[in-house]
Design a protein around this ligand. Structure first.
Ligand SMILES: CC(C)(COP(=O)(O)OP(=O)(O)OC[C@H]1O[C@@H](n2cnc3c(N)ncnc32)[C@H](O)[C@@H]1OP(=O)(O)O)[C@@H](O)C(=O)NCCC(=O)NCCSC(=O)c1cc(O)c2ccccc2c1O
Length: 154
């Protein structure tokens, strides 16, 4: 399966909302989402919880890769919603590590309104703190192996 396709399941809730990954590495995770009804609050703008979901998902995947495909656990997320994204608008999400320690990682996640090529205006900025390097439970080994395979293709 193409990691850039809508069916690629690195994070199930993000896939259900239509999020499509572009980059997945230990130093950068990014992707795109079109704001549909599924992602909106009652005033037809991107729900703040969806922005937080994107932040948690991108930071966790990046931290998991940076920790050598060990299990990670998000322990804190803070988010500032600085601008709304309206129904129908395109959103670009990018994430990068601020600090990668043996136990704790901190990732920054920024959401932008965008067209095909340019980041136009920032929607939100998040910091996600994660505990990394935890043992992977047997039931999750397959999905981490699959992620490793996809990352090598990107
Ligand atoms: C909160 C802000 C409006 C504050 O703006 P600020 O004063 O910091 O800065 P500016 O005045 O320069 O404006 C920046 C930017 O904000 C937009 N904006 C400003 N005023 C308005 C307005 N009255 N209406 C719409 N948009 C406004 C404007 O686009 C400006 O952008 P420019 O491109 O012109 O520079 C602002 O920070 C802001 O809008 N932040 C985003 C807020 C947001 O989208 N929050 C997340 C969604 S809220 C949510 O999730 C939610 C969920 C629910 O389940 C709900 C259920 C029931 C009711 C409400 C719910 C709900 O809100």
């Amino acid at each position: 399966m193409d990691p850039k396709s809508a069916e690629f399941t690195a994070d199930n809730p993000l896939r259900i909302l239509g999020f499509v990954f572009e980059e997945l590495s230990a130093t950068r995770v990014s992707g795109r989402l079109t704001v549909t009804d599924k992602c909106c609050q009652p005033f037809k703008v991107l729900h703040g919880g969806v922005s937080a979901l994107i932040a948690e998902g991108l930071a966790s995947l990046g931290a998991g890769i940076a920790s050598g495909y060990k299990r990670v656990a998000g322990v804190h997320l803070s988010i500032h919603h600085v601008r709304p994204a309206a129904l129908g608008e395109s959103v670009f999400a990018e994430s990068f590590p601020v600090s990668v320690g043996k136990n704790i990682q901190v990732w920054e996640v920024r959401l932008w309104k965008t067209n095909e090529t340019e980041k136009k205006k920032m929607i939100s900025t998040s910091r996600v703190t994660l505990l990394s390097g935890l043992p992977v439970p047997d039931h999750a080994k397959d999905s981490l192996d699959q992620l490793k395979k996809f990352v090598s293709k990107l």
